[in-house]
Design a protein around this ligand. Structure first.
Ligand code: GLN
Length: 303
């Protein structure tokens, strides 16, 4: 089946679900996003992109940025980050405080907020500017120099980030941060506020479908590290419903509370989908349904 036909079929199948769930409102600027949006893009491993609906409209990538921060950490020194962060599914909300306290300052995985804060701290030491490093990667891989932080959104989140600040202070109390709490929080908030389209997201993540190779053929991650990053997405990338997501979709994926989900079909393609209404776990409701329909239609789950 042609890629465009696949996307058109998926869209037709999920269109009754667009608007389901609730738009995230704990970040005020996200609460104003139109819930009837739906976009989906597929980038083949050679970089050709197909899309449907609002696939060229910017969305707030939020926690999807955690994939790219982790890629920067792993490209810098490979295994070092795993001394500071676990890689088990959390089974708890992404911003849970209790779990971090119970685990004595070692976040359960790099995709819960506490884990991402430690990853950002690590990339600060490696690059001095995690947001700049991730933006460079995204712009080059997507071939779009306009990708940037949405400053208004970053400001909106920064004014309401009490829970993330609590996590960062708890980490600092355990000696788990090497940079000042506010520096780490500012970088984390900016990374979450990066705005880009499904088209750009699908293209920028191509290295995950190409076993670590960037668009120009140079190596970002070793083959083994790329495999492991995909494994971590599968087990931890969709909050505390990663089990249900694997059951329904069967692909490595990372979601964000902006309603985006990035999924990888190793060796073949990357898919980015966006629809702002979220289910109880914080995953895009229509987005998850679209990926479910996608793997059912194509048979391209990893199982
Ligand atoms: N910026 C959001 C937060 O820290 C990201 C959460 C998410 O997408 N899961 O709460």
């Amino acid at each position: 089946m042609r890629y465009q036909t696949i996307l058109d079929t998926v869209r037709a199948e999920v269109s009754p679900l667009v608007g389901c769930g609730r738009v995230a409102d704990y970040i005020p600027a996200l609460a104003t996003v139109d819930p009837s949006r739906f976009g989906m893009a597929l980038a083949t491993a050679d970089g050709t992109v197909y899309g449907v609906g609002d696939w060229q409209t910017s969305l707030s990538i939020q926690s999807i940025s955690k994939v790219f921060s982790l890629a920067m950490a792993l490209s810098g020194d490979d295994e070092e980050i795993w001394r500071r962060v676990g890689r088990e599914p959390s089974g708890s909300p992404f911003n849970a405080l209790q779990q971090l306290e119970n685990d004595r300052g070692v976040p359960r995985n790099p995709f819960v907020n506490a884990g991402a804060l430690v990853v950002v701290d690590h990339v600060l030491a490696l690059t001095g500017d995690p947001t700049g490093a991730v933006l460079d990667l995204l712009r080059t891989e997507a071939d779009n120099p306009a990708i940037d932080v949405d400053r208004q959104l970053a400001k909106s989140e920064a004014g309401n980030r009490h829970r993330n600040a609590a996590l960062a202070h708890l980490l600092a109390d355990y000696g788990a941060l090497t940079h000042p709490v506010d520096v780490v929080l500012d970088q984390y908030t900016d990374l979450c506020a990066i705005a880009m389209s499904c088209r750009d997201l699908a293209r920028a993540a191509g290295f995950l479908a190409r076993h670590g190779l960037r668009a120009d053929g140079s190596r970002l991650l070793s083959r083994s590290t790329a495999k492991r990053l995909n494994a971590t997405m599968l087990t931890c990338g969709t909050y505390d419903s990663a089990g249900e997501f694997a059951y329904r979709v069967g692909l490595p994926a990372k979601s964000g509370v902006g309603g985006g989900i990035l999924a990888v079909v190793p060796n073949r393609c990357t898919v980015a989908v966006w629809s702002p209404g979220l289910d109880e776990s914080g995953n895009s409701c229509a987005g998850r349904a679209a990926l479910d329909a996608f793997t059912t239609l194509t048979g391209w789950s990893v199982f």
